[in-house]
Design a protein around this ligand. Structure first.
Ligand code: TNX
Length: 541
């Protein structure tokens, strides 16, 4: 009796295997139908046309055919590298919910069979750099070759964008999952393409921060600048000064905020999350100004020894650490030491903006000492452009340009330092699009999607040549930004434009072409669940 059951089961399994093998053949031969039978899709609604990628790749050669991802597809990487497997898994996790294909990450030496996706560093072209990649789509196979894993990660974002918009859906969609054939060779113009998120004015959960980072990855951004402290709140646990988080993390703009700080474990989790997307996290502790939350948490940090009340308004420029007290430098050293130990990236952002209650002499003395502290932990200092005033500004330090007038950026260049471009009237994600935009501020002007796109980091500040520009960063200050949906509304659709300014060659770039490409991302952003602003200057699909 038992034997019979076993035999029946065996036959059943064999039949299943034969059926499965057949279905693979059937779908594979469907997929590999001669390309003459498949009309070339026009670059319209959601087709993921080869020309609709943001940021625009350096070079695209279309071959006029199409590849259809079959339901048998898997993602292949070269063996023995956990890093490549993780990149493959990232892609599988993005493609599986909408396709329902259950793609797996498998290893192979040499190209896999037709109908798959292949990611490899074997034969990667070093001249494309660490983030560069070559993506080749034939009617048989999708291949990304890169010199470094980071390049593969950038390349798989291009794959996502070449597939129909519905690929970003979190629920199964009908397909077909078609890509146009051709070759893309691509690499970034600038090495720093970032966005800053202010979690001090309003606090955001680990989940919201991760989502912000993951959306950045879709547009090939590579630096997440984390504004962790300001007058209204201190957001990271510093073990040697616990009240900073425990007390200073208890407020935000508008009132109290319960446990509004990240534990060191949560911070490390965010760092690792960014790292797995080849995004470097740069933490900012703003000083000597923008420090009311710290001053309220420790009376000894104040020149008069009296802790002020916590602050929940939106004024700037009224607080300062006590420049003349030795304990100030013990404090700075402790904070930088703990943060440096948790941060694999090279840069520590020390703020330095709007220290208007501090004399220039005091300011210069303070920032000079801070630079020494940062360097003592093997890190490079970045600060808002005012830091360029210090005499001993290191060539390895970076000044972040933000002022709309009277820039200190040329001073930084004269001292041999590099400049990160965040001109407030062009790149501030908290500026309103239009006078009537319900969120945001207007002090630096109105920035609609076109204004945000039409400038060049290499020419925006006279006295700062392109060779001194490290890159572009778009800050999202959050005085008026409270929810995740607010964040989306201000960052999208402007952030993809800054990503393009940072990545794509300047030649040939123009708004009239870009706006159409951006319009094709409407359905993508919708599928990604992004509450983007439908700016009327963009022809949304
Ligand atoms: C200026 S820009 C600031 C921030 C504000 C922002 C609001 C800069 C370095 N400092 O403290 O949040 O304006 O737009």
């Amino acid at each position: 009796m038992q034997k019979n059951i076993f035999r029946t089961a065996l036959v059943f399994v064999l039949v299943l295997m034969i059926l499965a093998a057949n279905s693979i053949q059937v779908s594979a031969s469907d997929t590999l139908a001669p390309k003459t039978k498949t009309p070339t899709p026009t670059p319209t609604s959601g087709t993921g046309a080869i020309g609709n990628i943001i940021p625009m790749p350096v070079s695209i050669t279309s071959t006029g055919g199409s590849f259809v991802l079959p339901n048998t597809a898997d993602i292949y990487v070269e063996p023995g590298t956990a890093e490549l497997t993780a990149i493959g898994q990232y892609l599988a996790d993005k493609l599986n919910p909408s396709t329902g294909y259950g793609m797996q990450v498998l290893t192979t030496t040499g190209a896999p069979a037709n109908g798959n996706i292949y990611l490899t560093t074997v034969g990667g072209d070093p001249t494309l750099g660490d983030e560069g990649y070559q993506l080749t789509v034939t009617s048989n196979l999708v291949t990304v070759v890169a010199f470094k894993p980071a390049g593969l990660f950038r390349g798989i974002q291009t794959i996502r964008q070449m597939l129909p918009s519905a690929i970003e859906s979190t629920t199964p969609q009908p397909g077909p999952w078609m890509m146009n054939t051709g070759t893309i060779r691509d690499y970034p113009r600038f090495s720093w393409r970032g966005s800053m998120l202010d979690v001090a004015r309003h606090f955001f959960s680990v989940t919201d921060v991760k989502r912000y980072i993951d959306l950045m990855a879709y547009y090939k951004l590579n630096v997440f600048h984390f504004h962790l402290s300001d007058d209204q709140g201190w957001r990271i646990m510093i073990n040697s000064w616990p009240n900073l988080a425990l007390y200073g993390g208890g407020t935000q703009v508008g009132g109290t905020c319960t446990n509004c700080y990240y534990t060191q474990a949560q911070y490390s989790d965010i760092v690792a999350y960014a790292q797995s997307r080849y995004i470097t996290l740069v933490p900012e502790i703003d000083m000597p100004g923008h420090t009311n939350a710290a001053l309220a948490s420790y009376a000894e940090l104040n020149c008069n020894g009296v802790a002020p009340a916590r602050y929940t308004g939106t004024n700037v420029g009224f607080s300062s650490l006590c420049i003349s007290k030795p304990i100030t430098y013990t404090f700075v050293d402790d904070v930088i030491r703990e943060l440096a130990a948790l941060t694999p990236g090279t840069y520590m952002h020390v703020g330095g903006d709007e220290a208007s209650s501090t004399t220039t002499a005091d300011y210069v003395s303070f920032v000079s000492q801070v630079q020494t502290i940062v360097q003592s932990y093997g890190k490079q200092m970045i600060g808002w452009e005012e830091i360029a005033q210090i005499n001993g500004l290191s060539a390895s330090s970076v000044a972040q340009h933000w002022n709309t007038t009277d820039s200190f950026a040329p001073t930084a260049v004269q001292k041999g330092a590099k400049v990160l471009m965040s001109p407030a009237h062009k790149a501030y994600l908290d500026m309103k699009y239009y006078r009537k935009t319900p969120l945001g501020q207007t002090w630096a002007g109105l920035i609609n999607t076109q204004t945000g796109y039409e400038w060049d980091p290499a020419t925006i500040v006279s006295g700062v040549p392109g060779s001194s520009v490290l890159g572009v960063e778009a800050p999202l200050w959050t005085e008026t930004i409270v929810t995740r949906s607010d964040m989306d509304f201000m960052a999208y659709p402007r952030l993809p434009g800054y990503a393009e300014l940072g990545w794509s060659p300047v030649t040939g770039r123009n708004w009239s072409e870009y706006k159409v490409r951006l319009g094709s991302h409407g359905p993508r952003l919708t599928a990604l669940g992004v509450n983007f602003y439908r700016d009327t200057v963009v022809p949304w699909q």
